[in-house]
Design a protein around this ligand. Structure first.
Ligand code: NAD
Length: 348
């Protein structure tokens, strides 16, 4: 808990709510991060997740250029069995007690309806129909597509994707939309998903070739785009990757820090996940009630430039892109802390 500003254990007798709200850092602004509902085996696991995820949000928000800190909430409950409007309202009351230090939003196990229940108790919530642009996935996909173009420019000298072969793993909300944009740009698609209808849809719409999900990283392709689950880049998969670029939406793609080094050693350019998939949080953070999305699009399109800056610096410093991404986020935080007026103690 050492580096966190605040960690709150939230209980409610009437609904049985058990939640943890972790505020990692508010240097740049209120701590924005989603609320996850998950049947953790014990409170210790929930705490570990809340601490890790909230820290990740500090870095993601800082690198995305948002004036927001990092936080996250977890509710210990089975989203299919235990979730009720009353439970979410009780959570909303706890968020409200933090007076805006923490701003909540949707995450795994939470639906837009759940967030409407939270919003009945607190104004410190984003991504509801009253506050946002709706589903963040199209913005995540837009950022990933921009990011892929920046990677192509860095590796192949051109961001033109015409004729490039791209393997997209996971055709859900984000992956399908990235595939659509890649198809529009003239790329040849290899697709995979454990959900067969999603694959058939992509074959139909984009003339894609299907592969077994377990082989998505092994195929002959220029670019590998992981849009399914995390930890897909590991000691088992990395030796078999044929692509020169790995750039996708999935969170926590590297199983361990050593996997980033292994990609670098093999000459594969890796787009740090939290840098390339920030379009969703940008849309949640900046969308205004009834507002249009110009600013959100602008910031999301800037993900390409951020990645280019990361890759150039990684080249100069002979380090990995994820090290540079962390360093850039930390530098922004340090600069903001330094610029703050220091309150001097006044002696009587
Ligand atoms: P989703 O649940 O809509 O889609 C995930 C897809 O992956 C599903 O179609 C699922 O069947 C498929 N899948 C699951 N396991 C697979 C496997 N082993 N091999 C191949 N396919 C598999 O999720 P999403 O919203 O599209 O998000 C995709 C990834 O991007 C997740 O890791 C998510 O955390 C991350 N992400 C999403 C957003 C967003 O705005 N939705 C933002 C940032 C990061």
């Amino acid at each position: 808990m050492g580096t966190h500003e605040d960690v709150v254990f939230a209980h409610d007798r009437d609904t049985g709510l058990q939640a943890i709200i972790a505020v990692h850092d508010t240097t740049l602004g209120p701590a924005l991060g989603g609320c996850r509902v998950w049947p953790y085996e014990n409170p210790g696991d929930a705490l570990t997740d809340a601490l890790r995820l909230s820290r990740g949000m500090t870095y993601k928000n800082a690198l995305a250029g948002l004036d927001l800190g990092g936080g996250k909430a977890v509710i210990i409950a089975d989203p299919r069995k235990d979730k009720t409007p009353e439970l979410m309202e009780a959570f909303g009351r706890h968020v409200d007690r933090l007076s805006g230090t923490y701003i909540t939003a949707e995450d795994v196990g939470v639906s837009p309806q759940d967030m409407e229940a939270v919003a009945r108790q607190t104004a410190h919530v984003r991504g509801t129909s009253a506050t946002g642009l709706g589903d963040p996935s199209p913005y995540t996909a837009l950022g990933v597509f921009e990011g892929i173009k920046a990677c192509a420019k860095h590796v192949f000298g051109s961001s033109d994707l015409e004729g490039r072969t791209v393997s997209v793993q996971g055709l859900g909300h984000v992956g399908y939309d990235v595939a659509r944009q890649l198809h529009g740009a003239g790329a040849r698609l290899i697709v995979s998903d454990i959900h067969a209808p999603a694959v058939l849809r992509a074959i139909d719409a984009f003339g894609a070739v299907a592969v077994d999900p377990a082989e998505a990283h092994m195929v002959e392709a220029d670019i590998f785009v992981p849009c399914a689950l995390g930890a897909g880049l590991n000691a088992r998969t990395i030796p078999h990757i044929q692509a020169r670029i790995v750039a996708g939406a999935a969170n926590n793609q590297l199983q361990t820090p050593a996997d980033g080094e292994a990609l670098k050693k093999r000459g594969i350019l890796y787009a740090p996940d939290y840098a390339i998939n920030a379009g969703g949080v940008i849309s949640i953070a900046l969308a205004s009630p009834g507002g249009e999305d110009t600013l959100v699009r602008q910031k999301t399109l800037a993900i390409g430039d951020t990645l280019t800056a990361i890759f150039e610096r990684a080249g100069t410093e002979e380090t990995t892109p994820e090290h540079v991404a962390d360093a850039m986020a930390e530098e922004r935080l340090a600069k903001t802390r330094k610029a703050r007026p220091v309150l001097k103690a006044v002696s009587a």
